[in-house]
Ligand binder design. Sequence first.
Ligand code: NAP
Length: 519
Amino acid sequence: MLQRTTVRALESWTEGRWWSADEPGATVHDAVTGEEVVTVSSAGLDAAAAVAYARDVGGPALRRSTFPQRAATVKALALALKERREELVELSARTGATPADASVDVDGAIGTALVFASKAKTLPDANVLPEGDVEPLGRGGTFAGRHLLTPLTGVAVEINAFNFPVWGMLEKLAPALIAGVPSIVKPATPTAYVAEHAVRIMAESGLLPEGAVQLVSGGVGDLLDHLGGQDLLSFTGSATTAARLRGHEAVTARSLRFNAEADSLNGTVLGPDATPGTEELDLFADAVVHEMTCKAGQRCTAIRRVLVPEARLDEVAGAIAERLARVVVGAPGAEGVTMGALAGQAQREEVLAAVGRLRAAATVVTGGAAPAEAVGADPRTGAFVAPTLLRADDADRAEVHTVEAFGPVATLLGYRDTAHAVDLLARGGGSLVASVVSRDPDVVRELVTGAAPHHGRVLVLDRDSAGESTGHGTPMPQLVHGGPGRAGGGEEEGGLRAVAHHLQRTAVQGSPRVLELFG
Ligand code: NAP
């Protein structure tokens, strides 16, 4: 059993040693009981030394091995995490996550790392990766060119959101390790103790080359001031923080490689063909409820806008509300509980405030507040919010396309025709994912092609794929995750693209004999 009562200062892991600040910093509370869990601070941490350690020790140590060798290390790290997954699941309960929620984070992280490792094991046994064909550049065949990818020699700083302390870390860390670039990981404060434990497991495995991974628990301080053109900053979090980081001199003046995964008002569309009695209508209602309640709606990819043909609003509202009535809110692991708590009281306040803003344009079908009861917990001390379905009579109101309630909250909107549905999806200003629930080829073609420019991923759900579908909210490591505009304009995952993101593409020109030197 992990210790559940001691309040300790969360440690950082830099320059090969565990370290904690002298001052206590922020106190993180258990999302369910309100007890203090850890204090988090990085005050006094020498960020410049951590960056130098990554560049001078971690990078060279990593690049002494090759792409497939590092892929094997990532696989072994994933298996080391798998071995001790129960510790992470148990700890995640303190963040409000049910065992199923924790599995999305922990097992999702392990699976993601394994996919990257598997894809990378076939890469050349080298640190140079040729890309594409050799391009002849002269008539006589003596001069040609080719793109070569080589690891950046700096450090990848990875700033993560609170909702996926393990997956968010691994989906960035694994490709960086495979690429041969050391990482400095900075988890979000509210759930940093889960990320710290995952780093501890990896450190204790003895698999990591010295300096390949460092952890900053607490604020980044002046870390970004020490970054430049060979470094990367991969960010996941709110659009507000993304905008702040994008404006940093390291990005604007020194061309740090910056990637942002920000917030998103993802939509799902019920096709006009999914009439009562069709399997698609049930699939749609089930998917909406799953997305609203999985991780208590704290997924960047969760469905926020539920688009249905105008004439069907009542019927669909009823189908979703009926399913939501069966959701049991309470302490993770308590008998019968199907939805846990938000990560903390601050998140609960933010979600309820966002619901308040949405109510300027929408009415409450169900929920809208903290639940009166929570199984196995006190609903006043736990950060619970009842699953909340709203309904906007005017689907074009700005609020429903701009206010992200990062919790178990979605808004029903009626659309007139498929062109209107496409327009409503686009009004999210750029989203991570949209889904279309329809079996009509014309509807699917129009909605997918209309939605695609505004989304990083589009999922089509019908009775044919339902059995195997991974669902609206789950990004797959084989495919890109990210989205234009408000969603951050970035791209992560996507199989080996995630590794290539950490490599410099260089056009090398010379004779065919010279180009052959590089594989
Ligand atoms: P957040 O407040 O923006 O924080 C995200 C991360 O940035 C945290 O690690 C935070 O650290 C750090 N941070 C905050 N201010 C910073 C600064 N000035 N300089 C450097 N780092 C800074 O977001 P959040 O509340 O953790 O996460 C919720 C949001 O993330 C939601 O809007 C959600 O949609 C979005 N999200 C997006 C994705 C995606 O893949 N697109 C995935 C998950 C979540 P501290 O916690 O220590 O302040």
